[in-house]
Unconditional design. Sequence first.
Length: 99
Amino acid sequence: MPKNKDSETPLARRYFIRGRVQGVGFRYFVERVAAELQLTGFTRNLDDGRVEVYAVGTAGQLSGLAGYLWKGPRWSDVRGVDEQEAAVLKYRGFFIEHS
């Protein structure tokens, strides 16, 4: 059966996660999930208390990531996830960006 090329086209999304998401291992959680989903990109803490995630992958991979972002790690309390389309940039793997 031929593969659907649209489902394999790389897409990029930027997510901004609100709530108790800093100091609870959220970036490490995202790094692990992104590796499992074979996404590329990065995550970082923002000065306003949110966590930013930039991820590149297929629509299915990004959908899977979004579900995990709403859950977060055990000690987090996610209050919102804002999602934006983004330009596709090339990264080797997924990493935590430290300020």
